[in-house]
Write a protein that binds this ligand. Structure first.
Ligand SMILES: NC(=O)c1ccc[n+]([C@@H]2O[C@H](COP(=O)([O-])OP(=O)(O)OC[C@H]3O[C@@H](n4cnc5c(N)ncnc54)[C@H](O)[C@@H]3O)[C@@H](O)[C@H]2O)c1
Length: 336
């Protein structure tokens, strides 16, 4: 059993702690949150202790690994502390909002052999991974285009947006990673366009966008289009389309169930899509822990690595440069 401590007992940390607790090959060793009542609540509901400090978690011999689900600005520090303490890491995205900080973190942890996995949960989604496996098996011939639709159900509160670090680093980072995962090669060119269409005040007050489109191209010419919105009233819209020389593959949206209504004005009406990431990627989050246990116990390579986290952030920076200067940007223009 891999003894995992969960750091951060907020929105996603609570889910991770519960997933670790019910995972057949993992054990929830303890939880920690700087806001003690949050940790106490999770600790009590799952029957584990709440650590007094992060240092206490890293120093505890009963902890093999940590799952970092704290606020983004703490991730890089906690990765460094975990590696120094010899604990394997599963860290939520993004590593940091600042590329220089990610580069410094990479330098500090050096060529560690201790496993570090990034929380790019979409790589573990059964539909997305089946689509990729079929594509790699040659089902659609040569891959030409990847189309990623990624729309959140509702725009988050203003306080969240103020701290999130911008749509591209906070939200699109998942799509940049998925693009790389599906394309199988590095995008070398990026064009980005964004606007505050849902809440125009966002643009004026936070210099933030809530709707965006991206075009990416790899050195061999493969194309990718990413489409983001912070508000899709019909639910969490998560689709991936792979277009090849010999066909197309779609990994589609999920509904809570398959009931459909038929009436005089419309037919085949069903429920909105699953609301958000906790529901839509439920299986993916569990599979992510499965993959992490394999990394630590069997030496498997993480499906989403620290370097994947760094490269996705580089694409986000290239996209910001493109939007700002209204031009196609070479990814090599981004200096790490
Ligand atoms: N993979 C995904 O789809 C996904 C979805 C949501 C969030 N996330 C990521 O997960 C992280 C947490 O997001 P959230 O939505 O759960 O946020 P949240 O604000 O709900 O929870 C964050 C928790 O971290 C705690 N915290 C802050 N600083 C800390 C510190 N120094 N030590 C210990 N605890 C600390 C806070 O008290 C809070 O309880 C973010 O980095 C976010 O980007 C990933």
């Amino acid at each position: 059993m891999l003894r995992i401590a969960v750091l951060g007992c907020g929105r996603i940390g609570q889910m991770h702690a519960a997933n670790v607790a019910r995972h057949p090959r993992a054990e929830l060793a303890m939880v920690y949150d700087v806001y003690a009542p949050a940790a106490a609540k999770v600790a009590q509901s799952l029957g584990v202790i709440a650590a007094e400090s992060a240092e206490a978690v890293f120093a505890d011999a009963a902890v093999d690994a940590v799952l970092i689900a704290t606020a983004t600005p703490t991730h890089a520090d906690y990765i460094e502390m975990a590696i120094a303490a010899g604990k394997a890491v599963l860290c939520e995205k993004p590593i940091d909002l600042n590329l220089a900080r990610v580069t410094a973190c990479a330098a500090k942890i050096g060529n560690t052999t201790i496993p570090i996995q990034l929380g790019f949960n979409r790589r573990y989604d059964p539909g997305h991974s089946a689509a990729r496996a079929a594509m790699l098996a040659g089902d659609i011939g040569d891959l030409h285009q990847v189309i990623i639709t990624s729309r959140d159900p509702a725009i988050p509160p203003r306080a969240y947006l103020e701290a999130a670090g911008g749509l591209f680093r906070d939200m699109t980072i998942h799509d940049f990673d998925l693009a790389r995962f599906m394309l199988g090669e590095e995008p070398t060119e990026v064009f980005a366009m964004g606007g505050a269409l849902i809440d125009p005040a966002l643009g004026a007050e936070l210099n933030e966008v809530d709707s965006a489109m991206f075009i990416l191209r790899t050195a061999s010419g493969k194309q990718c289009h990413i489409n983001n919105s912070r508000t899709a009233v019909y639910g969490y819209d998560q689709r991936v389309e792979l277009m090849g020389s010999n066909g197309m593959i779609i990994s589609d949206n999920r509904k809570p169930h398959e009931m459909r209504r038929y009436g005089a004005k419309a037919v085949e009406c069903s429920e909105p899509y699953q609301f958000f990431f906790l529901e839509r990627y439920n299986e993916a989050f569990m599979a992510e822990i499965d993959g992490f246990v394999d990394c630590v116990e069997q030496g498997a390579k993480p499906l989403a690595s620290f370097d994947d986290g760094r490269r996705a952030l580089i694409l986000a920076e290239a996209a910001y440069l493109s939007m700002k200067e209204r031009r196609l940007v070479q990814v090599s223009e981004v200096k790490a």
